[in-house]
Design a protein around this ligand. Structure first.
Ligand code: SF4
Ligand code: FES
Length: 261
């Protein structure tokens, strides 16, 4: 099988694609194929990984034009075409390289982030957005004498958002991030909403209002690419929708309160 890989390093005038022949044995992942290409054909091929178990989020890349984890994506599933995932208004990467879907697997760096080398992107913009929401639990003082109990429903709602592994697949698939570098992005907003709804958090209202601006909750166009590509099933679009509903209600209540004599 042909695996066609995006190649770039800062000294190059423009990127190119290299094609490696890889045996698609059962269970072989794209990450394993990249290791094979590196050891058999070109040891300068650069990519990022750590856990190899879909936990650390570092191996996210564009595989067949969809952001996915390389360590979790098997070559066989791509050949069968059962992972096709059309994304709306999708921002394509630097080159519009011809690609034969029947014969080749295309591997490129995540869009919406600058390429450092080959498949490695600079994640700074993504983590700047993430750090800006101050993703630290603020339970208030003093600590209670007993544990803080939550209902199973609340735990279930929180768990929708706590499984994020910060892979940036959603950020790369988001058409708004592609055109507005100031947009906070799906992962940061999902995490912000997670703190908004946590009953132990003392700054919930401030969390909600902190993104009540054009580059926050209100920038999303609900293309839902974020939810479709997330390897952990996090639904950032749902968090954004709930936050907007809540803000609209607060505004409506405030306006109707003003009208009362
Ligand atoms: S929300 Fe999903 S796609 Fe986005 S960074 Fe977290 S795990 Fe990755
Ligand atoms: S190597 Fe950690 S998620 Fe793929």
């Amino acid at each position: 099988m042909k695996v066609k890989v995006f190649r770039f390093h800062p000294g190059m005038e423009k990127p190119r694609y290299d094609t490696f022949m890889i045996e698609p044995t059962q269970g072989k992942t794209v990450l394993t194929a990249l290791f094979e290409a590196q050891s058999r054909y070109d040891d300068s091929l650069a990519f990022r990984y750590s856990c190899r178990g879909a936990v650390c989020g570092t191996c996210a890349m564009l595989i067949n034009r969809v952001p996915r984890l390389a360590c979790r994506t098997q070559l066989g599933s791509l050949v069968a075409g059962n992972l096709d995932l059309p994304l709306s208004h999708y921002v394509l990467p630097l080159l519009s390289e011809p690609w034969d879907k029947r014969e080749e697997i295309l591997v490129e760096p995540l869009p919406n982030l600058p390429v450092i080398k080959d498949l490695i992107v600079d994640m700074e913009t993504f983590f700047t957005c993430y750090r800006a929401i101050e993703p630290v639990f603020r339970p208030g003082d003093p600590d209670p004498e007993k544990e803080r109990l939550m209902t199973p429903e609340t735990v279930r709602e929180l768990e929708r958002y706590t499984t994020c592994i910060l892979c940036a697949a959603c950020f790369a698939a988001c058409p708004v991030n592609g055109k507005n570098p100031r947009y906070m992005g799906p992962a940061a907003l999902a995490k912000l909403y997670r703190f908004r709804i946590d009953p132990r958090e003392q700054q919930g209202a401030a969390r909600l209002s902190s993104a009540d601006r054009p580059d926050g909750w209100w920038a999303c166009e609900f293309q839902t690419n974020c939810r479709r590509v997330c390897p952990k099933g996090v639904p950032p679009d749902m968090a954004i929708g709930h936050a907007r509903q809540e803000l609209k209600k607060i505004k409506k209540d405030r306006d109707s309160g003003r009208k009362e004599p």
